[in-house]
Design a protein around this ligand. Structure first.
Ligand code: NAP
Length: 230
């Protein structure tokens, strides 16, 4: 079980999209929230403390860990999608997805793991994606970075066990945020997905499958690989 009421939590990418909703609902659940954003002036949620935070900047992640030194909850939400294709997208776009989604998240983990440990172990939630498990044109570079987040979360669960740090990862399909604005497909409401995710996080679920697509794809991982290409 992960107690959010009364906890101190840090959320990356808290100025919009899923991260903003996570920060808002954490406040509702009684947490003290440090809302990380590249531009802290863009944080518009009542009751949070805005934190300048570009997760690719190791000095800023270290400074965030100094400021939020009482944190026991880390929500690694910040991420980018460039829609680059693996075979002919620009390497700059492909590297950016790894730089933010994987190495940026890793920067946060390395800055905050000692903070969580000092504060009793705590818990982190790493936002991956169903694209870790699904091939889809224009999302495969992004998917590789999110598969890396999945693998990282599994590894950290082992490495941080002695410190008592609980590690959850989260998988969800299309949710209505800026990231998905160019896709004309059915989308979940961020508030619904975040409610499910935080309920599961509080319950101690290690892999949070926040919608039916995530459940089906996870269940199908042992099937023939052809079924996972769209
Ligand atoms: N929406 C979906 O359908 C969906 C599905 C599965 C997983 N996800 C994942 O959910 C997370 C949130 O996505 P979203 O849909 O809310 O996207 P979004 O609306 O595009 O928001 C992305 C957030 O990440 C921040 N960010 C980007 N690069 C950053 C950096 N270097 N340092 C710090 N913050 C940075 C953005 O800040 P700026 O405002 O400064 O750019 C923004 O706050 C991402 O990890 C995404 O991959 C989304």
């Amino acid at each position: 079980m992960v107690a959010l009421n009364g906890a101190v939590a840090v959320v990356s990418g808290a100025n919009r999209g899923l991260g903003r909703e996570v920060a808002r609902q954490l406040v509702e659940r009684g947490a003290r929230v440090f809302a990380g954003a590249r531009d802290p002036r863009s944080v518009d949620i009542d009751g949070v403390e805005a934190l300048p935070l570009d997760i690719t900047n190791a000095e800023q992640t270290a400074e965030a860990a100094r400021v939020a030194s009482t944190a026991s909850i880390l929500i690694n939400n910040a991420g980018v999608s460039t829609l680059a294709r693996l075979s002919d997208g620009t390497l700059d776009d492909i590297r950016q997805e790894m730089e933010v989604n994987y190495f940026g998240t890793l920067n946060m983990v390395r800055a905050f793991a000692p903070v969580l440990a000092r504060n009793g172990g705590g818990a982190m939630l790493n936002v991956s994606s169903v694209m870790a498990w699904l091939a889809l044109d224009h999302s495969n570079s992004y998917g590789a970075s999110k598969a890396a987040v999945w693998a990282m979360s599994n590894g950290l669960r082992v490495e941080l066990a002695d410190a008592g740090t609980h590690v959850s990862s989260m998988f969800v399909a299309s949710t209505d945020t800026d990231m998905m604005s160019s896709f004309d497909i059915p989308k979940h409401r961020p508030e619904d997905i975040v409610r499910i995710a935080l309920d599961e996080f509080e319950a101690g679920t290690r892999e949070i499958l926040a919608d039916d697509t995530a459940v089906a794809l996870k269940a199908g991982l042992s099937e023939d690989i052809g079924k996972h290409a769209a």
